[in-house]
Design a protein around this ligand. Structure first.
Ligand code: FAD
Length: 435
């Protein structure tokens, strides 16, 4: 057995994983290909570079990402320590001085006596060495080929095309009805019907809404198989009516006459607290998604757990290949962390890196890897990416909808989130004591 653990990728997840391992007294070799080989988004040679926004999103515990950050603080996260030290004023968000943040992470890792940073592209992964692979959404082509080999090609994707996800409790069930097309199987879809007036207004809004500009390296995807709903709509007034909004097989004869379109929503988690808009992958700006989709009858008060998006993103189909410990099912010495594992966002990537670091260390010491408590944000995120439906898996941000609901129904959202956060932090404290 090697006398060190290998971490590939010195981004947010890899930096956190390396730190967690080294802090447990184990030598780490951290492979980072920059500056010799750059990605299409990174600009520097710094570890943990933030590629776009300088915000780690909401700070408050009544926001799920605020909770996830607090859990990481409890678990001695390097990224959280550096973020808190380089924080700049940004209202309710935890924003950082981008350069100062990445410089501080880099300095901490370079100065750690047990960490060696190797500036090279890794192109192979051995299944008999403990290795954390955290090469992110822009994993180099050489390594992506290797990961495709290890996970089976079918389970590695290069783009995400995600439809928005809506909280089930915000859908008006007096307007939406349960049915499956042609009554095949059980009535698993919630259907929102539109009459001609409603469809015309929706169509008009959809085809004139503002979209995010598509980057060159993202273009090919948008015009391949998985087309954004707004691009499809541009092809003509009828296109959606014969595509994702087709009403056939969903209504009885009486209603068929009035209804020209049906928007379908499918459960996104087993608890049925989240619903995915079928076929609605989109590049509309987030504010526009809210405005346009709330024009659909039944969704007037919809709250979004995740907005739709389309961008370059390398990730594995975790429900098929990953354990909630971040180990590959087939090769348990290989752990996959960060965006590559199907979580979405800086904070979520870091959190999965933190867990990979803990579990890689446990494997090194001959201990069984651990799964974080289901009631925690970290546990719920891992539960989602490894247990959700595999057939249309898309990377996910943390939201309170992923946590198991409270026993009592509480209407006040802030109070409900506070109680969920309290329960989660208690669970993480107890778990930390056990591990
Ligand atoms: C263009 C873009 C913008 C984004 N903007 C945001 C945002 O604003 N907010 C947000 O929350 N999330 C954003 N994300 C999503 C995601 O949270 C970030 O990409 C995040 O940095 C992912 O963390 P990571 O550690 O998984 O990967 P990264 O931080 O990308 O780290 C991966 C590291 O691995 C290195 N690497 C790759 N291949 C190899 C190899 N073969 N050998 C050695 N090193 C290798 C890379 O150089 C990189 O340093 C964005 C993603 C993209 C692509």
């Amino acid at each position: 057995m090697l006398t060190y653990i290998k971490v590939i990728g010195g981004g947010l997840a890899g930096s956190e994983a390396a730190w967690q391992i080294a802090q447990r007294g184990i030598k780490v070799k951290l492979w980072e290909m920059r500056p010799y080989k750059m990605t299409s988004a990174h600009q520097s040679n710094l570890l943990a570079e933030l590629v776009c926004s300088n915000s780690l999103r909401a700070h408050s515990l009544t926001n799920a990402v605020g909770l996830l950050k607090e859990e990481m603080r409890l678990l001695d996260s390097l990224i959280m320590l550096c973020a808190d030290r380089t924080r700049i004023p940004a209202g309710g968000a935890l924003a950082v001085d981008r350069t100062a943040f990445a410089e501080l992470v880099t300095e901490k890792l370079l100065q750690h006596p047990l960490i060696e940073v190797i500036r090279e592209e890794a192109v192979t992964v051995s299944d008999n060495e403990i290795t954390v692979v955290a090469t992110g959404p822009l994993t180099s082509d050489g390594l992506a080929r290797e990961i495709a080999e290890i996970t089976s090609k079918r389970y590695l994707y290069f783009y995400d095309a995600a439809a928005p996800i809506i909280y089930g409790e915000t859908i008006d069930k007096t307007q939406a009805f349960w049915a499956s097309r042609y009554q095949k199987g059980s009535a698993d879809y919630l259907n929102c019907p539109l009459n001609m007036d409603e469809y015309e207004q929706f169509y008009q809004a959809l085809t004139t809404a503002e979209i995010y500009p598509v980057k060159d390296f993202e273009k090919e995807r948008c015009f391949e198989g998985c087309m954004p709903i707004e691009v499809m709509a541009q092809r003509g007034f009828q296109t959606l009516l014969f595509g994702p909004l087709k009403p056939v097989g969903l209504l009885d004869e009486k209603n068929e006459k009035k209804v020209v379109a049906v928007v379908q929503l499918r459960r996104d988690n087993a608890a049925g607290t989240l619903f995915n808009l079928v076929g609605f992958q989109t590049n509309l700006k987030w504010g526009e998604q809210k405005r346009v989709l709330r024009m659909i009858p039944g969704l007037e008060k919809a709250e979004f757990a995740r907005y739709g998006r389309m961008h370059r993103n390398t990730f594995i189909n975790s429900p098929q290949v990953l354990r909630p410990t971040t180990q590959l099912q087939k090769y348990p010495l290989i752990l996959i962390a960060g965006q590559l594992s199907g979580v979405e966002g800086y904070v979520e990537s870091t959190a999965s890196g933190l867990l990979s670091g803990i579990n890689a260390s446990r494997l090194y010491h001959g201990l069984a890897p651990v799964v974080p408590p289901r009631h925690s944000a970290l546990g719920s995120l891992l539960h989602y990416i490894t247990e959700t439906q595999a057939d249309n898996f898309q990377p996910m941000n943390i939201t309170f909808g992923l946590l198991p609901p409270l026993k009592d129904k509480i209407k006040d959202k802030k109070r409900k989130n506070s109680l969920l956060a309290e329960r989660a932090l208690e669970a993480v404290k107890a778990w930390k004591g056990q591990i």
